[in-house]
Design a protein around this ligand. Structure first.
Ligand SMILES: [Zn+2]
Length: 300
């Protein structure tokens, strides 16, 4: 009796001491997708976020620390639509992690929704355009909701052991998000029809949602310095349109916006652009709370 009981007890003890099944590892390229993974998965995944709100995600250095994180990942969650074309393919290649190169381990948010500014064949001949449209989809809560549903389904697919958790958290997120969207839309009603000038064309989805009109950009193309003629024209446009604000993202240099503000008297607005872009933007809800509040502040 004793000789049988002992190994059994030992086995039970070993089983109790053994670590639980390894958690799903997720690598998010940008803070907004990291935040969304957090909402949907909670502590069921180990999450790495590759960039911060104070970085320009058009240009990121493929550092060894990032390569290591991609190597360990079961799932990468990124924007896609060529936003990370300068660094993500390199990270994946150098990580040697075929699991996240394509298929279920690769989730591109922009591929889940309809993108704006998709060029026609004619535009494409001019070069320097994104064939998949404007990639900055995270500033539209309607698109965030669609991405959330698709991402939740993907988590269930690749980690079925935790399917119940993902379903519950997905439903909870959707309920809270729809309520927040109704609140934001009501609050933002006075912004409808207002005009803005931007640093870079990063905000088309936000304007599309709120009914705000973008009438000019300091840098129509990212990181390409504007010409003197373009700036002179922009001063005129900004002055003559009762412009609400000159908008730049937290990561962008405020100098060009300040320059235009000094010449036009139109205020500069530094918007968070993603989670972590200001103190209030601690998660996706805070990101939109802050963005709406700042726009309304300029409208007063
Ligand atoms: Zn861009």
């Amino acid at each position: 009796m004793k000789t049988i009981a002992m190994p059994l007890l030992l086995l039970a003890a070993l089983a109790a001491a053994a670590p639980a099944q390894a958690k799903l590892r997720v690598f998010a390229c940008e803070p907004e997708w990291g935040s969304l993974v957090q909402e949907l998965a909670g502590d069921k995944v180990d999450l790495d976020v590759g960039t911060t709100a104070l970085q320009d995600v058009h240009v990121v250095e493929a550092k060894p620390s990032l390569i290591a994180k991609v190597r360990a990942a079961d799932l990468v969650v990124c924007t896609g639509a060529e936003l990370e074309v300068g660094w993500l393919p390199q990270l994946i290649r150098q990580s040697g992690n075929a699991k996240v190169a394509s298929g279920a381990g690769s989730f591109m948010a922009a591929a889940q929704v309809r993108t704006l500014e998709k060029p026609t064949a004619l535009d494409r001949a001019n070069g320097d355009v994104h064939p998949d449209g404007n990639p900055h989809i995270q500033m539209d809560p309607r698109r965030i909701l669609i991405v959330a549903r698709r991402l939740d389904a993907r988590l269930i697919q690749i980690d079925p052991a935790n399917a119940d958790t993902y379903r519950q958290r997905g439903a909870s997120f959707e309920k809270r998000w729809l309520a927040a969207m109704a609140k934001w839309s009501a609050e933002a009603a006075p912004l409808k029809g207002r005009k803005v000038v931007v640093h870079h064309i990063s905000w088309v989805y936000l304007w599309d949602w709120l009914g705000i009109q973008e009438i000019g950009a300091l840098e129509p193309k990212p990181s390409v310095p504007p010409t003197a003629a373009h700036l002179a024209e922009l001063v005129g446009i900004t002055k003559s349109n009762n412009t609400l604000a000159i908008v730049h993202a937290a990561y962008q240099d405020s100098k060009p916006s300040n320059w235009l503000s000094q010449r036009t008297g139109v205020p500069v607005l530094n918007l968070p652009f993603t989670v972590g872009g200001d103190a209030q933007s601690k998660d996706l809800f805070g990101l939109f709370d802050s963005t709406i509040a700042k726009l309304l502040g300029a409208a007063k």
